[in-house]
Ligand binder design. Structure first.
Ligand code: ADP
Ligand code: MG
Length: 619
């Protein structure tokens, strides 16, 4: 049999290699930005069109390349950054594999213009899918400009696999931030479809973080400094009260390289442990410097993971320096957990005077008589008689509703509810409930219904009410808004700004009178009824947080927003309710379409039937 193994042509090998390096437009952005940084640029401009699907261009004022280097730069394993294996242990540049340009050129149409400092002429190279189409000398400015057009034009399957523009743009913003953050000595700008979404001037690390995330981050940052011979740590942590529900703002840079390290992240989480609520994540922007020989950055193809020689010591040092910062800046003691965990926005009648609930006791009431008109009490000696026997239980008219309220099987809730409600209506729920409504431990409303007692979880009930109300607003676009006396402008991090822009129609429907107002800024002229002007900002921020957090969950936009608004605005446990408030809450709950479950599927109401009570007293 003849031999069958052949070497793959370069274009095919490059395409295969590209599979690792170039997953999406954001990977191209990362590689090209890193090259510009490695080239010593102090000004870098990123231009993208259609979330990078049509164009990604990076213009830098770095070293530029000679004609030969320009041509060589597209060869695989062609790099100026290492020469021999030992160099791998002293890497201070971003790149070193010499794969990026070859991979990118294999899957896109690339145009490179570059001129070395001091040279008279520059070089233009045009490559389509690894094929050189054009190479010539041109007049151009010093530095390098690379345009990557129509990514994956020659691999339709991968092009089709790209996500929506919003998703791809978010990935690009992430990569941009990671490179820009750790190089405050370089000016960066970022244009998306001709809008400038970042304009970062040279400055300090703090100024860079604020430049990226917005002015209000300045007062959220607490410095961290630590100097040991194993590691030098510098940077900032976010104050605990600004901990987020998403991991978005966690940045580790080791020797200026953005890395992900679940292990070190754990050290920080541990340091924050008792200062933040359980399911939230502290923000941090930390630079670790270690001797290059003590890390291996070669273990992951996209290089966001590294291995440390002395991981355990770094863990301990990191944790204690974060603790120190938390302590030194006295940011811990001001924390009031209950306040932080629940977001206390006003229920529309929060400002009403609190009335002490009156307890009306019906002295004639006998729980074992379903018909309270019959005032004939059960004689004492009857209590022991026949309990557990069918006949005794039959005496109690349970009017069947305990079956309706039966919530042992949560999963069935949605199916039950309609009939439950119908039956409550047909049984005359109002009439069957006595006037007794009592707030227990500022958390539950206790009321007696025909054949037992009912406990309503005030928080969940209100969440259900608001959820349905907001869903209706979103469906009908008729959320009512109250105009602010003083319109506020709010700036957001660029990624959040883009997201809010996408959600503007929905936010209007919910009652936010909010509009774009320049770069990364909105102006709020009005907020949903019941939300104070001063709280609109915080509410918006947490809706966006929630929205990002639930990104993976398959809920539609409206549902996510309604849920999140309801969660934020619902009265919490711990709030004393007036009689009128209790009344309203119960009325509104039972006017809901699905009163018996909270938006996240938990019961809003539990009941103890007389039967249940009897059983308990039997024990
Ligand atoms: P690596 O960065 O791993 O060396 P690349 O494929 O990204 O590999 O780049 C190959 C080479 O091209 C680099 O080593 C560098 O010499 C040169 N190069 C790439 N981009 C630029 C740039 N913007 N300015 C100057 N030189 C560059
Ligand atoms: Mg590179």
């Amino acid at each position: 049999m003849s031999d069958i193994i052949q070497l793959l042509p370069d274009s095919v090998a490059n395409q295969i290699a590209a599979g690792e390096v170039v997953q999406r437009p954001a990977s191209v952005v990362k590689e090209l930005m890193e090259n510009a940084v490695d080239a010593g640029a102090d000004s870098i401009k990123l231009i993208i069109k259609d979330a990078g699907k049509t164009l990604i261009q990076i213009i830098d004022n770095g070293s530029g390349m000679s004609e030969t280097d320009a041509r060589m730069s597209f060869e695989r394993h062609a790099t100026s950054k290492i020469r021999k294996a030992e160099d791998l242990f002293s890497i201070l540049s971003f790149g070193f594999r010499g794969e990026a340009l070859a991979s990118i050129a294999a899957v896109a149409q690339v145009e490179l213009k570059t001129k070395k400092r001091g040279d008279e002429l520059g070089t233009l190279i045009h490559i389509d899918g690894s094929q050189i189409k054009q190479q010539e000398s041109i007049q151009c400015t010093e530095g390098t400009s690379i345009s990557v057009k129509n990514l994956f034009f020659n691999i339709p399957a991968r092009r089709n696999f790209l996500k929506s523009d919003q998703v791809e743009l978010r990935h690009i913003i992430d990569e941009f931030q990671r490179v820009a953050m750790v190089h405050p000595e370089i000016a960066f700008s970022f244009f998306n479809n001709e809008n400038e979404i970042f304009h970062l001037t040279k400055g300090s690390f703090r100024q860079r973080i604020v430049g990226i995330f917005g002015d209000n981050y300045n007062q959220r940052l607490v410095p961290v400094e630590e100097n040991t011979n194993i590691v030098t740590i510098s940077g900032f942590i976010g104050k605990p009260e600004f901990a987020k529900k998403t991991r978005g703002e966690q940045f580790f840079f080791v020797n200026n390289r953005f890395i992900k390290s679940p292990y070190l992240n754990n050290a920080i989480q541990a340091a924050f442990e008792e200062f933040i609520p359980e399911s939230s994540f502290p923000s941090y922007f930390l630079k670790l410097n270690v001797p290059p020989s003590t890390i291996d950055i070669n273990i992951h193809p996209t290089k966001t993971e590294i291995k440390f020689e002395d991981e355990k010591s770094i863990y301990a040092i990191l944790r204690s320096s974060i603790r120190q910062s938390i302590g030194k800046f006295h940011i811990a003691p001001t924390l009031d957990f209950d306040q932080e965990v629940v977001f206390n926005l006003p229920y529309s009648y929060r400002n009403e005077e609190v009335k002490i609930p009156e307890i009306k006791v019906n002295s004639d009431f006998n729980p074992f008589h379903s018909d309270n008109n019959k005032k004939e009490p059960i004689k004492n000696n009857n209590y022991n008689q026949g309990y557990g026997s069918k006949s005794a239980l039959n005496k109690i008219n349970l009017s069947n509703w305990e079956n309706l309220y039966d919530n042992k099987n949560e999963g069935d809730f949605n199916h039950q509810t309609e009939s439950t409600q119908q039956r409550i209506e047909s049984e005359g729920f109002e009439q069957s409930v006595s006037k007794l409504k009592y707030q227990l431990h500022q958390a539950y409303i206790l009321t007696n219904v025909k054949s037992g007692l009912m406990l309503v979880d005030q928080n969940r009930a209100h969440e259900r009410i608001l959820y349905e109300r907001f869903l209706n607003c979103l469906a009908d676009h008729k959320g009512s808004s109250q105009q602010s006396l003083f319109p506020q402008t709010l700036s957001f991090p660029a990624a959040d700004f883009e997201l809010i822009k996408e959600l503007l129609p929905e936010l209007h429907a919910l009652g936010f009178d909010i509009n774009e107002f320049g770069k990364n800024t909105f102006v709020i002229n009005g907020s949903p009824v019941g939300v104070q002007e001063s709280e609109a900002n915080e509410l918006l921020e947490s809706i966006i947080e929630d929205y990002k957090n639930h990104h993976e969950i398959k809920l539609d936009k409206n549902e996510k927003l309604a849920r999140s608004m309801a969660r934020k605005l619902a009265i919490k446990q711990g709030k004393t309710l007036s009689e009128k408030e209790i009344e309203n809450l119960i009325d509104e709950l039972f006017a809901c379409e699905t009163p018996f479950v909270s938006p996240s599927g938990k019961p809003t109401v539990i009941t103890l039937t007389l039967n249940d009570l009897e059983q308990k007293f039997l024990k």
